[in-house]
Design a protein around this ligand. Structure first.
Ligand SMILES: [Zn+2]
Length: 159
């Protein structure tokens, strides 16, 4: 089994895990690792495909089956890369509960794990469920900052 297979399996496992349990939080650093591996592998495949086409051109013979196989490999890798990036983006919209530390959707007002309020109380708040349309809203700014910090944390833990 090649390193490439490992990355592919990681990405596929992550995708299927999300499919089974949408709320399950996936380790972003693992996703980033899988993403980097996929990108590297895709780069090599493109290079290899270029050499293959070049040599085929010079020799005047094209092994159509070999070409199909290479294209199919690349397509699968690109699909996986796309899925992995979707998962990473999904994780970025999470905040860490100040009470229990669980990563939960930034859209929620209360932690789905422990029930604690996710953002500090604001007496002027009437509808915290709305998106941050009004940038003067301190709660919204808090949310945005928390989300940003979570994303930065995730990026910082990347290998
Ligand atoms: Zn909690």
């Amino acid at each position: 089994m090649s390193i490439f297979d490992d990355f592919l399996i990681n990405a596929k496992t992550a995708v299927s895990a999300v499919g089974k349990k949408a709320e399950k939080v996936i380790d972003v650093s693992k996703l980033k690792y899988a993403e980097a591996g996929l990108q590297s592998e895709i780069g090599k495949k493109y290079q290899s495909l270029g050499e293959f086409v070049y040599k085929s051109y010079l020799s005047g013979e094209m092994d159509k089956e070999a070409l199909d196989r290479r294209i199919e490999e690349l397509r699968e890798l690109n699909d996986n890369l796309e899925s992995t990036r979707e998962l990473i983006n999904a994780q970025k919209n999470k905040v860490s509960c100040k009470s229990c530390g669980e990563l939960v959707s930034a859209d929620l007002k209360y932690c789905g794990n422990c029930g604690a309020r996710l953002y500090s109380e604001d007496p002027t708040e009437e509808d915290g469920g709305e998106a941050c349309a009004d940038s003067d809203d301190t709660v919204c700014r808090d949310v945005e900052r928390t989300v940003k910090e979570a994303a930065e944390d995730a990026a910082a833990t990347t290998i």
